[in-house]
Design a protein around this ligand. Structure first.
Ligand SMILES: Cc1cc2nc3c(=O)[nH]c(=O)nc-3n(C[C@H](O)[C@H](O)[C@H](O)COP(=O)(O)O)c2cc1C
Length: 150
């Protein structure tokens, strides 16, 4: 299985979480590729069996700047991503009551709109309640891929 972990991150938290996800997947014997979303072209995601989108939020639930180009491509084109399996890992802060994990939810909605298949329930992590998002994220990804053939 060929997994892509890609991150949209402003100050490095979602990037760090993604590195931990990637390391965990590799440790489980799975093939994982880690990419900055700023370096990711929309067509590239079709080469992967599973795509994990990890994003923090800025402004009022906005996508971090390194994810803007990818998000624009995701929403502007009439895409058919029905061949894509994805899961979303949102890193946010619950004090942003109305826009908690807003960017991750935007990615989720855009992928659903493009008919991609959400293969796991999203993780929306609240860093206000728990400042170790990488621990929860690693548990989340381990549960998802436990027992998967390598
Ligand atoms: C100016 C600013 C705006 C933010 N807006 C939101 C928001 O709308 N929703 C949310 O859940 N978190 C919001 N956050 C919290 C960040 O997403 C959170 O701190 C996250 O861990 C940052 O991850 P990063 O380092 O990967 O960018 C905001 C943080 C800042 C500094």
């Amino acid at each position: 299985m060929n997994i892509l972990v890609t991150y949209a991150s402003m100050t490095g938290t979602a990037e760090f979480v993604s590195e931990e996800l990637h390391d965990q997947l590799e440790g489980m014997g799975l093939s994982s590729t880690l990419l900055d979303m700023g370096d990711l072209d929309i067509e590239q995601i079709k080469a992967f069996d599973k795509v994990i989108i990890c994003s923090s939020s800025y402004g009022a639930g906005d996508v971090p700047s390194n994810g803007a180009k990818f998000y624009k491509a995701l929403t502007e084109a009439q895409l058919d991503l029905s061949s894509i399996d994805f899961a979303v890992c949102g890193i946010g802060d619950g004090s942003y009551v109305h826009t908690f994990c807003g960017a991750a939810k935007k990615f989720q909605a855009a992928l659903q709109q493009a008919k991609a298949n959400e293969f796991s329930e999203a993780l929306f992590h609240d860093c206000r309640k728990d400042d170790e998002p990488e621990v929860k994220a690693v548990e989340w990804v381990t549960d998802i891929f436990a027992g998967c053939p390598t």
